[in-house]
Design a protein around this ligand. Structure first.
Ligand code: 5AD
Ligand code: SF4
Length: 440
């Protein structure tokens, strides 16, 4: 008999991947996904704890589901992801209507966990860490197969940047085997996927100490027949190697885009964040990338208001933005996280100061992003057609190799094809264009 699962996902690409895996394992025991929460036999929230705001969303989401439990006695409610890992049993105490807490290394155990709950009537928190990645943790992928797919290559992080909760919620770095990854990529290519994004918290550390390493793996993925574009997320600047940089010149399928989180432009702040590079070393990596691939898009993550950040430090970050001229950035106010070193640092910055710095930073970046978008007007760019756009069946949507969104009249282009689009207009978050020609 079919049962229904309602799943809500917060957070990063790793959580999206975990949610896909969860749905894959649930499908084996006849669960169908529903968007109607009242219909669900199992409600699961996959959570993020990177900043306090993200964590608070979990508690308000849970509050919404509490009343459903009274109406439907057999309903199972669960929390997965980083908040689950971080808080474990404490969540069961805090929310008496919660049945299961599933840590980040326990997604693949969902079937036995649900059995414990339904058959043995146990509430439980499964938050044990495992040291390596077992091939069985990645089941079949029956969901969300479109033109693009992400493939997780590693998990965890060993860097312990002083602001970051990830090493505590995702555990130590562990890599999947090259064979497992290549099998998954080939299977996706056979199902019509054209663009692969290799994901991990810190992909440059993939297979550390092994012969293949990240650059080697990336090269192999670029050679898979049927795949036309390859991307990766997220890199750590300190580990961004010369081998990897050279691939941007050598592998035509590798998209000219590097997400290289700087976090700050101040050497003092970088040191206290324990980032492992100076501003000059960071700029050197960017210069190397631009030397081999002048059109490369560079994006970044920036934190404002890290403990002890002075006006001078912040100006250094503003200076970095204007020096690098990023294509885009994700920027955040520093949020103290449990267990992290920086939460106990002196010089916590007041909210008003953080908020004003964030506003100034975002305004400066918006200006640069807009200038870069406008510079594309009148140029022809290659777009991977993803499908029908929001404006209706005659409009197609796709992305450039630098991941900019482009809308254009559908014409003869087909989803999955690489198509040349002549850019006619630039808006805040997207480009508009006209079709030039299409290669199936
Ligand atoms: N406060 C604010 N931003 C954070 N990030 C990580 N930890 C924190 C924190 N405690 C940001 C970093 C990271 C991105 C995913 O989230 O910029 O690169
Ligand atoms: Fe967090 Fe630093 Fe690891 Fe990135 S590299 S996940 S910021 S500890």
């Amino acid at each position: 008999m079919d049962r229904y699962v309602f799943l809500e996902t917060f957070g990063c690409q790793m959580n999206d991947d975990d949610s896909d895996r969860l749905l894959g394992f649930l499908k084996d025991i006849n669960y169908i996904r529903t968007e109607k929460v009242e219909r669900a036999d199992f409600i699961i929230i996959n959570t993020c704890s990177i900043r306090d705001k993200a964590e608070q969303k979990v508690y308000s989401a849970l509050g919404r589901f509490k009343s459903l439990k009274n109406e439907k006695p057999g309903l199972v409610i669960g929390v997965a992801g980083c908040v689950a890992q971080q808080n474990g049993e404490a969540l069961l105490k805090r929310a008496p209507y919660l049945d299961v807490v599933i840590g980040t290394h326990n997604i693949h155990r969902i079937k036995e966990i649900l059995r414990e709950v339904s058959v043995n009537k146990r509430r439980l928190a499964a938050t044990e860490f495992s040291s390596g990645i077992d091939g069985h943790e990645y089941g079949p992928r029956p969901f969300n197969i479109g033109v693009k797919a992400s493939v997780s290559i590693m998990r965890g992080c060993d860097n312990f940047c002083t602001y970051c909760i990830v090493p505590y919620t995702r555990g130590r770095e562990a890599s999947r085997t090259g064979a497992d990854i290549m099998n998954e990529v080939s299977a996706l290519a056979q199902r019509g996927v054209k663009e692969i994004t290799l994901i991990g918290q810190n992909v440059n550390s993939y297979g550390r100490g092994t012969e293949l390493g990240f650059a080697g793996l990336l090269r192999k993925v670029c050679r898979v027949e049927g795949i036309s574009r390859v991307r990766f997320m997220t890199s750590h600047p300190k580990d961004f190697s010369g081998d990897l940089t050279r691939l941007f010149a050598e592998e035509g399928k590798l998209c000219p885009h590097a997400h290289l989180p700087a976090q700050s432009g101040s050497d003092d702040v970088l040191k206290r964040m324990k980032r492992g590079y100076t501003r000059a070393q960071y700029l050197e990596k960017i210069a190397m990338l631009r030397a081999v691939r002048p059109d490369i898009a560079i994006t970044s993550d920036i934190i404002v208001g890290f403990p002890g950040e002075t006006d001078r430090d912040f100006l250094d970050t503003m200076g970095l933005i204007n020096t690098v001229r990023y294509d885009n950035i994700f920027s955040f106010m520093y949020s103290p996280r449990p267990d992290t070193a920086a939460a106990g640092f002196d010089g916590q910055v007041p909210l008003e100061v953080k908020s004003e710095r964030l506003r100034a930073l975002q305004a400066a970046q918006l200006k640069i992003t807009n200038e870069k978008s406008r510079a594309l007007v009148g140029k022809t760019v290659e777009v991977l057609v993803e499908g029908v756009g929001k404006a209706g069946p005659d409009e197609f949507f796709g992305r450039t190799s630098c991941a900019r969104a482009v809308n254009f009249p559908a014409g003869a282009a087909a989803p999955g094809s690489l198509t040349d689009v002549f850019i006619t207009d630039a808006y805040a978050n997207s480009l508009r264009g006209a079709l030039q020609g299409s290669t199936p």
